[in-house]
Design a protein around this ligand. Structure first.
Ligand code: BGC
Length: 759
């Protein structure tokens, strides 16, 4: 250790706040600015495909806040990623004055976005499981994997509440409901951060806020939303998870909300997030969103001013490399920013580094990596997750098929593909522009089916067409095998990728929700053959096809199901797994119905000429091979004070012949409000498993604080009045109804209850 550095901050027994203060007091301005910046591994630190010492000397001499992506680059093996992480930390510890290790961040929405790591179903699929425990478990696996390669922060989860499925990022969300998004996001955050950050990974809530409500579903376009709706729908998951999950990072949205880009919004990033909600972590910029204040939004005249505006608003770290924050020193010298603002951001970053135990434990054991990549138990979990995420949208009785069926035709552009089973933040799809190969062993739908059927079953395959071309030359072969078959499995939909490399995914917005290319025509030709047709949708957003809804014998929504997708789909088709997933996004019948979502206002549904404003499939919908009956609704008490609790209980029984899962859903609506209220709001749910004839009593404990909304003066209140209780198997398949009465009105100064508990 060099003489001029005092070692108090290096002592793990000293209180974190004191360590931060001690370290901060010894830092030069260059060292401070380094901590609020980042470098992008591939472009900044690599030379000829290898980590370069001279580049480290150049970019890391004063230390660094974050390293952007190591494993998340094409072709980097996990062991190499861990070695690179160690070398960078070694450099920082041994060759910089203050020895401050870096935070390494990666993407991990549905598994680590990197070679060899388990690829779980895409987020929209995970949400369709309606199973927070499952998501928590998956995030726990990701935590261990991330730490094994020396990564400390995951840029996940996405808790944007979906409104317009034309938006390519629909698949990254947990769907259209703020409550469900909050529950699932919280489960993810808890799983990723773990009980102790010393071996946990920081989660990042994104994109704060309103990213999913951009006009026309166009990525990055302006968001125009009233403050009340903004808070109650789009910001609700952020508030709930900041307060309940103690999440340690938030990422700003690229978008402007009513003229103010999130990256310059002090109201959002500081006043609301920190002061009102008590957030104590770090705000990271979405990639290049600081520079975009200058070259995209044109609210900053140059990079220096963009940096100052963002830092003052509350962005603590510029990602993925430092452009604008490098000019902060100049701004300081000119008096355009105060050192206090810089110190605030630096101390937040340092605090997180101490909490992560980085100073004591900057390195990883390279030998341990391969063991946690994709061992069998992870593949089992990936299969279970894919099974739970599959939704049976329609079934005329054709499913489940018998394994000894004589002849099967498997048709469609998604049937024999492994690549297409991935979402946009899975390695293979995310890095498609580099022509990367599958990162793990992947089971296609065709192989999943072949693995499942009896040895005597004949399985024919024909692609029929490409996903998005207009060539129909493959139709004939497809029709020929369809004629020979006893049943047809048609795997169609979309393919995920980024910015032009997908039909869905980030930067892949659409003007319609049709089956792309000539897939609808293929479907028509196949249906015309007259055999039972089971459609398997592999896609990132709802598909509108009236023809499919009316004419297919069965429809399975499998989203992008990940590495075990083919097996899970076959499990469902042949009845080894009874599907229990439910839609977390409304399926419109026609594109022009958008926006269409269940949590609408009373005035929002009017029929169009010739088209009702009814969806093809509503939020919460999903069938089973079993049959569930609901009874015995009890609401206690029938009258509660505004600080009271309501117990809502009922019984669900499996009247079917096989074991199955049901997602029971609790919807509440305010019968009369001083401002308009949604026609119903999800306030509780539970996925349960029941054997034939088995019944279970479900109890939801609703706290009246959950009924709060923003009144005319934007005050949060619980209002006296009558509330409707609806228990459903979907938002439209309501089985039990009741009411309760709240006997008074109460103002809430600080919201602290977000979730209904259930037994
Ligand atoms: C996305 C973020 C993501 C970042 C880095 C951006 O384009 O909006 O969600 O974390 O890229 O991958």
């Amino acid at each position: 250790m060099k003489k001029d550095v005092k070692a108090i901050y290096l002592n793990p027994n000293v209180d974190v706040e004191l360590r931060v203060a001690d370290l901060l007091s010894q830092m030069t301005i260059d060292e401070k600015i380094a901590q609020i910046g980042s470098v992008y591994l591939k472009t900044d630190l690599f030379e000829k495909g290898k980590l370069s010492y001279s580049k480290m000397k150049k970019f890391l001499k004063n230390g660094i806040g974050h390293i952007s992506r190591i494993i998340g680059n094409p072709g980097i093996e996990p062991k190499t990623a861990a070695q690179i992480a160690n070398k960078i930390q070694e450099f920082l510890v041994n060759e910089t004055r203050l020895k401050i290790p870096a935070i390494i961040h990666e993407e991990c929405l549905a598994g680590i976005m990197g070679l060899r790591f388990t690829a779980f179903p895409q987020a929209i699929g995970l949400s369709s499981s309606w199973n927070p425990d499952l998501i928590n478990k998956i995030a726990g696996v990701i935590r261990v994997q991330m730490r094994s390669i020396g990564a400390h922060q995951g840029l996940s989860p996405v808790v944007d509440v979906l409104r317009d499925p034309r938006w390519g990022r629909t698949e990254e969300t947990y769907g259209e409901d703020p409550y469900l998004t909050s529950c699932l996001g919280l489960a993810y955050v808890r799983g990723l951060q773990g009980d102790n950050l010393k071996n946990g990974v920081i989660a990042t809530l994104k994109h704060f806020g309103g990213h999913s409500f951009s006009e026309g579903g166009r990525n990055l376009a302006p968001v125009n939303v009233g403050l009340r709706t903004f808070r109650e729908e789009f910001l609700f998951p952020f508030e709930a998870i900041v307060k309940e999950g103690k999440v340690k990072s938030v990422m700003n949205s690229y978008c402007e909300v009513d003229g103010i880009p999130a990256a310059v919004s002090k109201e959002l990033l500081t006043d609301l997030l920190r002061e009102e909600w008590g957030f104590d972590g770090i705000v990271v910029s979405d990639y290049s969103s600081v520079i975009m204040l200058n070259n995209f939004h044109h609210v900053a005249k140059d990079e220096k001013s963009a940096g100052c505006l963002a830092l003052k608003a509350g962005i603590d770290i510029e990602l993925p490399n430092t452009h604008c924050f490098n000019k902060i020193k100049e701004a300081l010298e000119e008096g355009a920013i105060s050192e206090r603002i810089i110190d605030l951001a630096v101390s937040r970053v340092l605090k997180i580094k101490f909490l992560l135990g980085l100073f004591e434990n900057p390195y990883v054991d390279v030998k341990g990596v391969s063991k946690v990549c994709d061992p069998n138990e992870n593949r089992v979990l990936a299969r279970e997750a894919a099974q739970q995420s599959i939704i049976l949208l329609k079934n005329d009785g054709v499913l489940p098929l018998k394994k000894n069926i004589k002849t099967l035709a498997v048709i469609g552009p998604n049937a024999d593909s492994t690549r297409n089973l991935f979402g946009d933040y899975h390695y293979t799809a995310h890095l498609a522009r580099y022509n990367v190969e599958d990162s793990v062993r992947v089971v296609s739908i065709l192989n999943g089916i072949k693995n499942k059927v009896s040895s005597k079953t004949k399985v024919y395959f024909a692609k029929g067409c490409e996903l998005d071309s207009y060539d129909k030359n493959g139709f004939k072969e497809a029709i020929d095998i369809a004629r020979k078959a006893d049943a047809i499995i048609l795997a169609i939909g979309e393919r995920s990728g980024l910015f032009g490399y997908g039909i869905s995914g980030e930067g892949c917005d659409r003007t319609n929700l049709n089956l792309p290319g000539v897939q609808e025509e293929l479907l028509k030709e196949i249906i015309a053959v007259g055999k039972p047709v089971i459609v398997v949708l592999i896609n990132g957003r709802p598909i509108t096809s009236k023809f499919m809804v009316e004419n297919a014998d069965a429809i399975l929504e499998a989203w992008y199901p990940g590495e075990e997708g083919g097996n899970a789909i076959a499990d469902v088709i042949f009845g080894d797994y009874n599907p229990g997933g439910k839609l977390t996004v409304t399926f419109p019948l026609e594109i022009g119905q958008i926006p269409i979502h269940y949590r609408r206002k009373p005035s929002s549904y009017r029929n169009y000429i010739g088209v009702e404003t009814k969806p093809a499939f509503p939020f919460g919908h999903g069938l089973s091979y079993a049959k569930f009956e609901y009874s015995n609704l009890e609401i206690k008490p029938k009258q509660a004070s505004p600080d009271g609790k309501i117990e809502i209980s009922f019984v669900v029984k499996n009247e079917g012949k096989i074991k199955g899962d049901e997602v029971v859903q609790l919807y509440i609506s305010d019968e009369v409000g001083s401002v308009t209220r949604p026609v119903k709001e999800l306030k509780g749910f539970k996925r349960i498993t029941l054997k034939p004839k088995e019944k279970k009593k479900i109890i939801f404990n609703l706290d009246c604080e959950e009924l709060a909304f923003y009144d005319k003066n934007m005050e949060l209140i619980i209002e006296e009045g009558s509330f409707k209780v609806e228990i459903g198997s979907s938002s439209e398949d309501i089985r039990l109804k009741g009411t309760f009465y709240v006997t008074g009105t109460r103002k809430i100064s600080k919201r602290s209850v977000f979730f209904t508990t259930s037994i």
